[in-house]
Design a protein around this ligand. Structure first.
Ligand code: KPL
Length: 294
């Protein structure tokens, strides 16, 4: 049974899950890098506008003694540093990675005893002065990495679904992760470079560039036998642009605030996979370089 949940990463998504899980009666501990953080109660502004204030246990760079589940919700470029110190302690404990981009799990030195699951969510959340704001309702999908067990993933989904539904187990998590990757490859760098909201990308001046970004990704998915067509990715990008029209993407906000971006795990990941397969991805490469120059 899952009772004691540790969340590594106290960004917007980590706080969103911490609040919902705690409200459902789970014992939640947030683990972060800042010693002083979260000593005061945190407020969740729900999607319907209500405010819920709760105290959430916080540990500085340390896991609780025996968690039943660890959720890793840092930025992609922080994953390896955030989880590696605890890997010995976490043999046998389910670990769920949930972040934008791909390529992080390959950076971990995993042993047979590690049970790793990969997840993607489309909830929108923004950190606020007093806690976190749930800016967009979404859904979450979880799947197994390597030999991780399907019984265990179903138990995880049930626990997560009781707190912030819908959470669904998907057998083909790779296709779901690549679909989210395509969305981020298209929306994130363009909104960061053009300093605009997601909705601005529905302007026809971006149509051809969006087509090209997704076309390049579709050459890779086809070669890798990932069950995801150009059409499906392209349509999903348009849907997300419309559904999140008023939002600023995470990369737009990272660039604006002078923070490191996840570009190496988004368009950079596409470029690296393209190179390994001998498939050119010039538009993704152009965007990767442009963001890294900002
Ligand atoms: O995931 C996102 C992000 O901003 O990182 C999207 C879906 C593009 C929403 O803004």
């Amino acid at each position: 049974m899952i009772k004691n949940i540790a969340i590594i990463g106290s960004g917007a998504i980590g706080l969103l899950w911490a609040h919902h899980l705690k409200q459902k009666g789970f014992e939640v501990t947030l683990i972060g890098r800042r010693p002083q953080l979260l000593t005061q109660p945190l407020t969740l502004q729900t999607h319907s506008g209500q405010e819920v204030t709760q105290s959430i246990n916080y540990l500085h760079n340390q896991l609780p003694s025996s968690p039943d589940l660890v959720l890793v919700m840092t930025k992609a470029y922080q994953i390896a540093d955030a989880i590696s110190p605890y890997l010995d302690q976490l043999k046998g404990c389910p670990i769920v990675l949930m972040h934008n981009g791909l390529g992080t799990v390959e950076q971990l030195s995993l042993a047979e005893q590690h049970h790793v699951f990969l997840a993607t969510t489309s909830h929108g959340a923004l950190k606020s002065q007093s806690g976190v704001e749930h800016t967009g309702l979404g859904q979450t999908m979880v799947g197994c990495y390597g030999d991780a067990g399907t019984d265990q993933v179903k138990t995880i989904c049930k626990a997560l679904n009781s707190a912030l539904p819908p959470v669904e187990y998907v057998q083909d998590i790779n296709a779901a992760l690549w679909k989210k990757l395509a969305i981020n490859c298209a929306i994130n760098p363009l909104t960061a470079i053009n300093q605009c909201r997601n909705g601005e990308l529905s302007n026809t001046k971006y149509t051809q560039q969006l087509d090209t970004i997704i076309k390049e990704i579709s050459y890779l998915t086809e070669r890798l036998n990932i069950n995801l067509s150009y059409q499906e990715m392209r349509e999903t990008v348009d849907t997300v642009i419309n559904n999140t029209a008023k939002n600023y993407s995470s990369m737009h906000q990272d660039v604006l605030n002078g923070r490191e971006t996840e570009i190496d795990f988004i368009n950079g990941y596409i470029v690296n996979i393209g190179k390994a397969l001998g498939i050119p991805t010039p538009e993704n490469e152009k965007l990767w370089r442009a963001i890294n120059k900002l």
